[in-house]
Write a protein that binds this ligand. Structure first.
Ligand SMILES: Nc1nc2c(c(=O)[nH]1)N[C@H]1C(S)=C(S)[C@@H](COP(=O)(O)OP(=O)(O)OC[C@H]3O[C@@H](n4cnc5c(=O)[nH]c(N)nc54)[C@H](O)[C@@H]3O)O[C@H]1N2
Ligand SMILES: Nc1nc2c(c(=O)[nH]1)N[C@H]1C(S)=C(S)[C@@H](COP(=O)(O)OP(=O)(O)OC[C@H]3O[C@@H](n4cnc5c(=O)[nH]c(N)nc54)[C@H](O)[C@@H]3O)O[C@H]1N2
Ligand SMILES: [Mo]
Length: 765
């Protein structure tokens, strides 16, 4: 191990400022913030040129979130945070070989995540030799030879693991999984394992497809929209426009969240200022401030109300579902007392909203990490399904399920095969299409990959994007695992901690981003992506690449595969001369991709088949939708312990920290904060900025982290919130959701201790 390399995020040294929490999302500050980030990174002409290409039919898909684009686009189809993501990629700063000779890996590891990201785009392939203190330049050819030699030296293909983050295009992801499976393993963990895996598993069992069933137009026809465990004002700002339009047409919006997130309170579309319309819209009609993990009890309450009112879609239930009786029986057996104690909400408030839902003719349920990253992530999503099935809210206009995806192509990556446990039918079709036998045995997901590394069972760990060390739970345990690996490889655009915590030997392969022109044999290529609602469309980069040495992800996979698999039936290196050829191969290997090249060239792309949405049919063993029956989880930690959720601030994209502010929550200057209810603070004699040590508790194990500052916040008693990735040292590796094995990033039991009773000097409140 390289001495003194830090795996956890060092503290930000700036003083914490606390101001009033904002109610209004977007508005003028969002416009100025978009421009500020753009100008700081790119200058004026490049900012204007770049931002007007975002989400346009001839431009590139925003690398921010996976929210779909409307068919009729305006000139400005981006939001504040999309603009930040674009500016971050299109920055004019560079991380060159000189940079790597200036700083040792150990020195870089002492810098904050924000500092690392700010250094700019990586320009050249870099190699960290065994025992070396600095990265040095390597040619592309030598890098591929090195990887191939490590892979060929393995005595078993399962000793290699291939991670994917969710920005990778369909073409690159398809080739990548085809290469990995041709090597002989299904070890394809991805960011989805930490994200919407619970949605995939829950929906898959209940309705036969692990994806959402609504289209953007459904928002305009909906009567009730539930937004559960999601902070769209920060993470999916363009969703607020859809909510505002739905609201104008009379839809009721129900926000279920321990926090009063700004976007759902008031929203002002930045474009309205240009039309001199100064009014803002109150978005949510009801905010149910559920306690962390209390959704299962709340949903049982809604189901009870439905049951009492008898407002069922009897015909649908009879013809298209199974399992209603035992599901209802279970709900009936749960008392209102338990529901109130678990959810932290009062019966009359639950009844009021429950009646609105029961009367609705068209309900959409949206959710994100507040549900998926819970120990009961799968079953709580199935309770959402139970609730909507009662009223037949699937496969009907204005109704359905809407798991709101994170990374811009995470859904597409799964569709084209980035999955450690795909169905056998998928593998059979791949084997036929590639004329190569695919391995059938399931591979490692993220958590199991970390266990394998910790056991010393991994020789090669390859990452297609992302920042594995900082995104995964239990940072120190994960770092120990990674350090056991022989060769680690990161295909990346920007510098991050995963380049610093490495195996015995490491490579950085710098790639083109979404914004950049991708020329193969002098011909401009486009790639394709799938948004959160199953629309597959083109994305065409336009900016000149950040360096001549950058290569596209499909090119990197094609070249690597031709080195690793010289005897393969597939002509990997010629496929990448023209991405149409990759798409032709996808057509023969994947369901739903008929006439791919033709259909994806339609101006708005095409919709993938979705049986529940298209024909109200369900690909389950019974061919019906399943009501499922679940006990309530235990949501009462031992005395004196709090439940901690780990969140995103308004100035970060996952592990990429743009700045140290969280504007809507009124926090700036420092991210090492714990949001706590003021009464919980008073009870302990604490004021704002009290410094605490946090200790997490799981299965008799403890993990601790020092130097956190308490901030009074509007959060249920007994609950606290911190930012990720700083808090990941506290998330236990084995604390995962049942069935989906997703780390429980929103449910960490913690206690606090104070080393000193001092709190840092008073800033203005
Ligand atoms: N700007 C920006 N955009 C992003 C990202 C980003 O980092 N920055 N990340 C992208 C990715 S990969 C993803 S997955 C999405 C994430 O999008 P979100 O899921 O919105 O992100 P989180 O910050 O994890 O917020 C989760 C929300 O769940 C709530 N919550 C926590 N626990 C519970 C609970 O027990 N019950 C309920 N009902 N609510 C709870 C929290 O208060 C918070 O509002 O965003 C994507 N878009
Ligand atoms: N505690 C806690 N942990 C969490 C979460 C949480 O809510 N709480 N959320 C989880 C979730 S939902 C997710 S999705 C994961 C995210 O996990 P990841 O997807 O692994 O992490 P990111 O931070 O999105 O990855 C950022 C890096 O991707 C690289 N990159 C950016 N664009 C490109 C590109 O176009 N190509 C390539 N090859 N590389 C690129 C850059 O080098 C950048 O540094 O984190 C998870 N971890
Ligand atoms: Mo995610």
């Amino acid at each position: 191990m390289r001495e003194g390399v830090r795996a956890e995020t060092p503290d930000d040294p700036l003083p914490l400022k606390i101001s009033k929490k904002k109610k209004l999302a977007a508005g003028i500050p969002a416009v100025t913030s978009s421009l500020k980030h753009g100008l700081k990174n790119m200058g004026i002409p490049r900012t204007l040129r770049t931002l007007t290409m975002v989400n346009q039919q001839s431009g590139f898909d925003c690398p921010g979130c996976a929210w779909p684009d409307p068919s009729h686009r305006t000139q400005f189809e981006f939001c504040e945070n999309g603009a930040k993501a674009v500016a971050d990629e299109a920055t004019t700063r560079r991380v060159t070989p000189q940079f790597f000779s200036k700083y040792t890996v150990q020195e870089l590891s002492q810098k904050s995540d924000m500092w690392l990201n700010k250094q700019g785009r990586i320009t050249n392939p870099m190699h960290l030799k065994p025992g070396a203190s600095n990265y040095s330049e390597i040619s592309w050819d030598d890098a591929f030879e090195l990887i191939a030699s490590h892979i060929q030296a393995m005595d078993n293909p399962h000793r290699s693991v291939f991670y994917t983050s969710g920005r990778t295009s369909n073409e690159a992801a398809f080739l990548y999984q085809a290469m990995v499976r041709s090597i002989g393993t299904n070890n394809l963990p991805d960011c989805s394992n930490m994200c919407h895996e619970s949605s995939g598993k829950g929906l898959g069992q209940s309705i036969g497809i692990g994806k959402g069933t609504v289209h953007l137009d459904d928002f305009n026809r909906s009567e009730v929209i539930l937004v559960i465990g999601q902070n769209p004002g920060t993470n999916h700002p363009r969703m607020l426009t859809a909510l505002r339009d739905a609201k104008k047409r009379g839809a009721k919006i129900v926000h279920i969240n321990p926090l009063p997130e700004a976007g759902l309170e008031r929203f002002k579309h930045p474009q309205d200022y240009m039309k001199m319309n100064l009014s803002s819209t109150q978005l949510s009609d009801y905010h149910l401030k559920v306690r962390i993990g209390g959704d299962a009890a709340l949903l049982k309450g809604f189901i009870k109300v439905h049951d009492e009112m008898g407002f069922f879609d009897e015909e649908f239930i009879k013809s298209s579902t199974v399992g209603i009786e035992s599901m209802l029986e279970k709900a009936r057996a749960v008392s209102w007392k338990t529901i109130e104690a678990d959810s932290g909400l009062l019966e009359p408030n639950i009844r009021q909203v429950g009646e609105v839902i029961a009367r609705s003719k068209a309900t959409i349920a949206c959710w994100a990490m507040g549900l998926t990253q819970q120990p009961n992530g799968v079953s709580v999503i199935q309770e959402v399904v139970n609730l909507l099935l009662l009223g037949g809210h699937v496969g009907r206009p204005g109704a359905g399920f809407c798991p709101v995806r994170g990374h811009s192509n995470v859904q597409g990556d799964r569709t084209v095969g980035i999955w450690e446990a795909p169905p056998q039918s998928f593998l059979h079709k791949m084997s036929k299409g590639l004329d190569t036998e695919m391995p059938m045995e399931h591979g490692f997901d993220v958590v199991n990959a970390i266990h394998a590394m910790r056991r010393g069972d991994v020789d090669v760990f390859f990452c297609m994007g992302g920042n594995f060390i900082s995104a995964t739970p239990d940072t120190l345990a994960t770092a120990d695992g990674i350090r056991n690996v022989g060769l680690t490889v990161q295909v990346s655009t920007k510098l991050n901690r995963s380049h610093l915590v490495t195996g015995n030997e490491a490579l950085i392969l710098p790639c083109l981003g979404r914004t950049e022109l991708d020329l193969q044999r002098s011909v401009a290529q486009f790639v394709t992506v799938e948004n959160s609602m199953g629309v597959v469309h083109r994305s065409t980069g336009k900016l000149p690449p950040a360096s001549d040495e950058l290569r596209s992800e499909p090119w990197i996979v094609g070249q690597l595969a031709s080195k690793i698999l010289p005897d393969s039936n597939i002509k990997w290196d010629t496929l990448i001369d023209n991405y149409d050829e990759i798409r032709d191969l996808m057509e023969t290997c994947l369901d739903g991709f008929e006439n791919y090249n033709e259909r994806v060239r339609q101006p708005n792309g095409f919709l993938l088949p979705n049986p529940p949405r298209d024909t109200r049919s369900f690909d389950t063993p019974s061919r019906k939708a399943h009501f499922t029956t679940h006990d309530l989880p235990n949501v009462h930690p031992s005395d004196g312990r709090f439940v901690m959720m780990t969140l995103r601030s308004h100035d970060q994209y996952n592990t990429t920290v743009y700045d140290v502010h969280d504007r809507y929550r009124g926090i700036s200057g420092n991210r090492r904060v714990v949001l706590m209810n003021a009464l919980d603070m008073t009870q302990r004699g604490w004021k704002n900025r009290q410094i605490v040590k946090i200790t997490s508790h799981f299965s008799g194990e403890e993990r601790s982290s020092d130097g956190w500052q308490i901030v009074a916040y509007d959060i249920p008693r007994g609950n606290v919130a911190t930012y990720f990735p700083e808090a990941n040292v506290l998330v236990p590796l084995d604390s995962t959701a049942d069935i989906s094995n997703t780390p429980t990033s929103k449910w960490v039991e913690v206690s606090f201790s104070t080393d000193s009773s001092n709190h840092l000097g008073d800033e203005e409140e």
